[in-house]
Design a protein around this ligand. Structure first.
Ligand code: CA
Length: 234
């Protein structure tokens, strides 16, 4: 899950970013409305956390322009502005939720997960493929009813592939999804995570297989004949 955080208070932004990343989110952080606008135009975020008091433009204006432009990305307003009027204004401008600073990390995470489960949001509760169940609320994977431990990045890759079970996921889409623009992506790091994940799945007797389609991307499937077809077609 990739999130955009628009927040000009640097220390608070770092606190939120760290907290969300510990929960498995990838977070891009910007500190003005203009950079937020640019980021939102270039990356398809799963949700946006928006501060209202920004140095160059009121966050509500930014949100209104997105909604006027047809963007449906879930937005959670995170602000120090209190009062019923402010909250109503925020919701009327098209925000999906409104949370006051200071905020408890647990509450922020719970609210974001709730947003992602809303219509238009990307979370279902439990996604299944073959004998693998991915609980997106508990952030937990079970194979044959047994919980298995998987590192955070690989969890992210698996979740994305499971949501697109049976469909090809281009490699650059995975890269885009799991690396914020601050961190550099080495050209094979997605491949490394996929191959570790593949071993982990087969080690736990999963019935799903992550196929590599060379030059194209990845495909999750229960059909183990795909890999040989792919080899023979090259
Ligand atoms: Ca602010």
């Amino acid at each position: 899950m990739r999130l955009l955080l628009i927040e000009d208070h640097q220390r608070f932004a770092n606190f939120v970013k760290d907290g969300l990343e510990k929960e498995g989110f990838t977070v891009d952080c910007v500190n003005t409305a203009a950079t937020g606008e640019a980021a939102q135009a270039s990356v398809r975020y799963d949700a946006i956390v928006l501060d209202l008091g920004l140095p160059d433009l009121d966050g509500l204006e930014l949100l209104r322009s997105w909604r006027d432009g047809g963007s449906e990305t879930p937005v959670l307003i995170l602000t120090a502005r209190d009062g019923v009027d402010e909250r109503v204004k925020g919701l009327n401008s098209g925000s999906d939720d409104y949370l006051l600073k200071p905020v408890a990390m647990e509450e922020l995470v719970a609210r974001i997960r709730a947003l992602l489960r809303c219509p238009g949001g990307v979370l279902g509760l439990v996604i299944t493929a073959g004998n693998v169940a991915f609980d997106t609320t508990a952030w937990e994977v079970r194979i044959n009813e047994k919980t298995i431990s998987i590192p955070r990045r690989e969890m992210g890759v698996l979740e994305h592939l499971m949501r697109r079970n049976g469909r090809v996921v281009p490699k650059d889409v995975l890269e885009d999804k799991f690396y914020g623009f601050v961190k550099e992506v080495s050209s094979n790091s997605v491949g490394v995570h996929v191959s570790r994940l593949r071993k982990r799945l087969s080690g736990a007797d999963a019935t799903i297989i992550v196929h590599t389609l060379r030059g194209v991307g990845y495909l999750l499937s229960e059909d183990d004949s795909l890999t040989s077809q792919e080899t023979s077609s090259r």
